[in-house]
Design a protein around this ligand. Structure first.
Ligand SMILES: C[S@@+](CC[C@H](N)C(=O)[O-])C[C@H]1O[C@@H](n2cnc3c(N)ncnc32)[C@H](O)[C@@H]1O
Length: 447
């Protein structure tokens, strides 16, 4: 069987992500598994797929003048041009002529002679004339949007919320390759011992930047290690690890995680409870609830019970005042995780934000009565939009005088992030520690 070329696989992967709106990480993993690639080719494929997606709008800006005379381009041809230009402009280790030669071969195979000569012509013209300068864009917000390949409406919104300088830092950070981090299952192994195990497996690892249980890896894939298979680590971003810490679960407690799949935070909570008490993990999607069960099994955690349900109707399933702690890790726009999931930039719209905020409110409203008096309710999102964050909380506090901001959250969080906590709320932007942009608010139910 003739194996496919890496650039051809990159094209198919990018095409599937765009046409089927498939999740970039899942689609890439599928391509890696199906094509039996060497470690080197996995690296190149990952770099081309993520890089091309991350720089999509910049690449289109560069390509536009060279396509002025072309008739309507088929989607795959545009993607082929983007990924080829990405290699030429951003990948030093790939010689330009190799990238262009391969592109022309793919165009011949998938299209016809005309397509191949269009691809060849565009790429050769770019080599001769260079790409148009970004300075041609006079408006600085528009220029930042194109230069960092973010939608204009989003950059404009962020400039309004955070100012130009902060927005620029955020947009630039979103273009960096994502970090590879994992949480050590401290219910079973110490961080030092887990690192030693991973080193024995040939991984380069170091302690994380912020969270005590975090490790960070260089080359290699943590998800393919024996330590992962045996449940000693979980792939998770460091900001996410702060959520269970903010909640502060204790042994033997009963904790509700209302939006739990795929189980990253539920399993962390269960680990912090040393596999005692009960973590009730609910999610609306049946297939995603199965993922929580798989993770719990892998981590040898037996204190998690799963439920498929719409958390807007939690009250129909659980007794009032029956949980010591509740986590609402709400569905959100995900603008804090663009570095890891660049497709978010192109799929979410401004209109999504108010409807997400309504859903977030509804879930919080349904969860509130289930919390015991004196209990802690943590609300978190992986977005940085105030409409889904602090405004959801202030609205909730207005409607629920029995709750108050929980100032003690700060003490439960690592020292490094404490300066970013105010009034029981933590705001993390992606460039602070290179981790996900996150919002965490802790509320206390009055006694
Ligand atoms: C941010 S993700 C949760 C991530 C998870 N806490 C973790 O750490 O792995 C939000 C989850 O909310 C779920 N969800 C969306 N609407 C829901 C609803 N009405 N009720 C319950 N879960 C919902 C989604 O299926 C998604 O898995």
């Amino acid at each position: 069987m003739k194996t496919k070329n890496v650039r051809e696989i990159a094209l198919e992967t990018l095409l599937a992500i765009e046409e089927k709106e498939a999740y970039s990480n899942l689609q890439l993993n599928k391509a890696i598994e199906e094509n039996h690639l060497s470690a080197r080719d996995v690296g190149l494929l990952t770099e081309i797929v993520y890089g091309t997606m991350q720089r999509r709008d910049t690449l289109d800006y560069y390509l536009t003048p060279f396509l002025a005379k072309a008739r309507k381009l088929e989607r795959w041809v545009r993607i082929l041009l983007r990924l080829t230009l990405y290699q030429v402009l951003y990948l030093d280790r790939v010689p330009d002529r190799a990238a262009i030669f391969e592109a022309v071969e793919i165009a011949k195979k998938r299209g016809h002679k005309g397509t191949a000569s269009l691809v060849n012509g565009v790429m050769r013209s770019i080599q001769r004339q260079g790409v148009p300068p970004l300075e041609n864009i006079k408006d600085e917000v528009k220029r930042l949007a194109v230069a960092t390949s973010h939608p204009y409406w989003l950059v404009k919104r962020w400039v309004g919320q955070y100012g130009f300088a902060e927005t620029k830092r955020m947009c630039e950070t979103n273009l960096l390759p994502p970090k590879q981090t994992a949480r050590v299952n401290t219910a079973r192994i110490t961080v030092e011992d887990a690192m030693e195990r991973l080193r024995q497996e040939g991984m380069e690892v170091a302690r994380g930047e912020v969270a005590a249980e975090a490790i960070c890896a260089g080359r290699g894939n943590l998800a393919h290690t024996v330590a992962f298979r045996e449940g000693l680590i979980t792939i998770q971003d460091e900001s996410s690890m702060l959520v269970a810490r903010a909640l502060g679960p204790k042994e033997e407690e009963r904790v509700l995680d209302s939006c739990a799949a795929p189980g990253g935070k539920s399993t962390h909570i269960a680990e912090l409870m040393r596999n005692t008490g009960q973590v009730v993990s609910a999610d609306i999607h049946d297939h995603k609830v199965k993922l929580i069960e798989e993770q719990a099994k892998r981590l040898q955690l037996t204190n998690i019970s799963t439920y498929v349900l719409d958390s807007r109707r939690l009250g129909e399933r659980f007794e009032k005042e029956s949980f010591d702690k509740i986590l609402v890790d709400a569905p959100c726009s995900g603008f804090g995780v663009i570095r890891r999931k660049p497709d978010i930039k192109y799929t979410k719209t401004e209109e999504d934000i108010p409807s997400l905020a309504r859903l977030q409110q509804e879930i919080l409203r349904a969860a509130a009565p289930l919390l015991k008096r004196g209990g802690t309710l943590v609300y978190s999102t992986c977005t940085i939009d105030p409409e889904e964050n602090e405004r959801v909380i202030s609205q909730f506090l207005n409607d629920h005088p029995e709750f108050a901001p929980d100032e003690t959250m700060q003490e439960r969080l690592p020292e490094k992030v404490q300066p970013y906590v105010r009034n029981g709320q933590l705001h993390l932007l992606p460039h602070y520690f290179g981790s996900d942009g996150f919002f965490i608010a802790s509320l206390r139910k009055k006694v």
